[in-house]
Write a protein that binds this ligand. Structure first.
Ligand code: DSN
Length: 509
């Protein structure tokens, strides 16, 4: 072994120092600062180019490994998360990452983009194919960085500043970008830069109140209605949405982010039948990288009474709003990864995956109800269910806190009728991620059993803690040694069960 010849090299960030040995190994991180031992051949510009992450940055590598272990040993039930395939991750980590490509295929602001044009066109073609769309009727923009920028680009391009939008209220299952605001504050930029008015679910049934939407739309006269959700377990009635939009001469936009994989597989209602614009993220049920996509209609929008055809004019405004309006260089490694995911989503195996996602969610809902739990709207048509903890005298924050401690990861969520989003009454539970780990209905029954035991512990802690505040509850959970032993025992069972299922896509890191 070479004797270490050490030298100090100034790192790119201007202040972290790296210590350099002749053999090129990294000796590790010290006190949280980057102190990497690197090759001292005098070539400071290239030393880092060929080392693995483990060699080059053991501190970051160690954190990533810990996260991988958390994902492997845990039961991931966050409805918006998933595990993409290895092929998707390879595209994400490829040379596609290296290039600026501002503009669109055939019309870029940078040289050297010929293969990016080919790749982006392929992703666009696959996007239309995955959803059974004809090129003459639909166009697609695959450049949005994610779902929120995609939605903002649509509003910016199609209705412009202060345009009027109606979306499902956030506490009733809508998304922030559909215009959320409180009586005191405009929370989402959608409500700051556009005028938003919510529609809601019936507080008894948990189902969207389309009649109230129709009445309010007649008063508010929206220019766009958004059919989309972040936590609504039922199929959306796109036909009814379209009727209400048409009555007000409004565009109908679907935000199918949560269900796009299920739409591609044909297992939930199809927004393309009725909507003018459809946006989505690509990393939820679609199992792609974190990115966004916008579909827009082309051709005849409507025919006036005098027979005049009014054409859609969405392509140019939407494309220009994405770039140069809101974004700079597209993340082409993500665009490539989306193309890979879209090809996968067109395969029969993916359709089976999507059917399993829904069957698993329905089986979970049925089993939880059999065990006496309340499921909002009485079940699900999709990948998610909303467990109402209020009848047990509990809330989502307490449930989430205890379940996380035993390796069951989900999120607290408002239930219909909740007065405050700060103390939501329920838990949102989704099956896409564990279905990607090949969990079948029987495995989800084990998951329900673990959850049931975790929630019984939640009730126990709630009963025994010293006060009524969440803070009192958390103190009990994190300090009572008897209780901690019970949590640890359940966590061990959860981990050994979860570990028996491989984590797709992560064979390497
Ligand atoms: N944050 C996502 C969700 O969890 O539903 C939506 O963007």
């Amino acid at each position: 072994m070479d004797s270490p010849v050490e030298k100090k090299a100034k790192m790119n960030n201007g202040d972290a120092m790296a210590t350099v040995p002749a053999n090129g190994t990294i000796n590790g991180a010290v006190n949280g600062t980057t102190k990497a031992v690197i090759n001292a051949n005098g070539d400071g510009s290239r030393w880092f180019g060929h080392q693995s992450l483990q060699e080059n940055d053991p501190e970051m590598y160690a954190i990533i490994l810990k996260e991988k272990e958390r994902q492997r040993k845990g039961l991931e039930l966050i409805a918006s998360e998933n595990f993409p395939s290895r092929a998707v991750l390879e595209a994400l980590g490829s040379c596609l990452q290296n290039k600026y490509c501002e503009g669109y295929p055939g019309n870029r602001y940078y040289g050297g983009t010929q293969f990016f044009d080919e790749m982006e066109r392929l992703t666009q073609k696959r996007a239309l194919a995955a959803f059974g769309l004809k090129e003459e009727e639909w166009g697609v923009n695959v450049q949005p960085y994610s779902g929120s920028p995609a939605n903002f680009a649509v509003y910016t391009g199609v209705i412009g500043p202060h345009g009027r939008i109606m979306g499902l209220d956030l506490p009733d299952g809508g998304h922030l970008t559909h215009g959320f605001m409180t009586p005191k504050k405009k929370i989402s930029a959608t409500s700051v830069f556009f005028e938003s008015m919510p529609y809601r679910v019936n507080q008894e049934t948990g189902l969207i109140d389309y009649d109230a939407l129709a009445v309010n739309a007649r008063l508010f006269r929206p220019q766009m209605i958004i059919a989309g959700m972040s936590c609504y377990p039922r199929n959306l009635d796109y036909k009814r949405f379209k009727e209400i939009a048409a009555e007000n001469d409004a565009y109908l936009m679907a935000d199918m982010a949560h269900v796009s994989g299920l739409v591609a597989a044909g297992v939930v209602a199809n927004p393309f039948e009725y909507c003018d614009i459809v946006t989505s993220t690509t990393h939820k049920t679609l199992r792609g990288p974190r990115s966004g996509i916008i579909f827009y209609r082309k051709g005849v929008r409507k025919v006036l009474k005098n027979g005049t055809e009014v054409m859609y004019d969405l392509e140019k405004p939407i494309n220009e709003a994405v770039f140069p309006g809101l974004q700079g260089g597209p993340h082409m490694h993500a665009v490539g990864g989306v193309g890979v995911a879209l090809l996968q989503a067109s395969q029969p195996e993916f359709k089976q995956y999507a059917r399993d996602v829904v069957a698993n969610a329905q089986a979970m809902a049925a089993e939880l109800m059999k065990r006496g739990y309340t499921i909002c709207s009485g079940g699900t048509d999709t990948h998610l269910l909303l467990l109402d903890l209020r009848p047990l005298g509990l809330d989502g924050a307490r449930g989430e806190f205890v379940l996380e401690r035993v390796g069951i990861v989900l999120n607290k969520n408002t239930c219909p009728g909740d007065k405050s989003a700060l103390k939501p009454g329920g838990l949102r539970i989704g099956t896409p991620a564990l279905t990607s780990r090949n969990f079948k209905v029987d495995d989800f029954m084990r998951v329900v059993d673990f959850m049931d035991r975790g929630l019984k512990l939640t009730a126990e802690a709630n009963k025994n803690c010293s006060g009524t505040l969440l803070r009192d509850f958390k103190t009990y959970v994190t300090t009572n040694s008897d209780f901690q032993s019970k949590l640890a025992a359940l966590e061990t069972e959860v981990e050994s069960f979860a570990e028996s299922f491989p984590l797709p896509g992560h064979e390497v890191l």
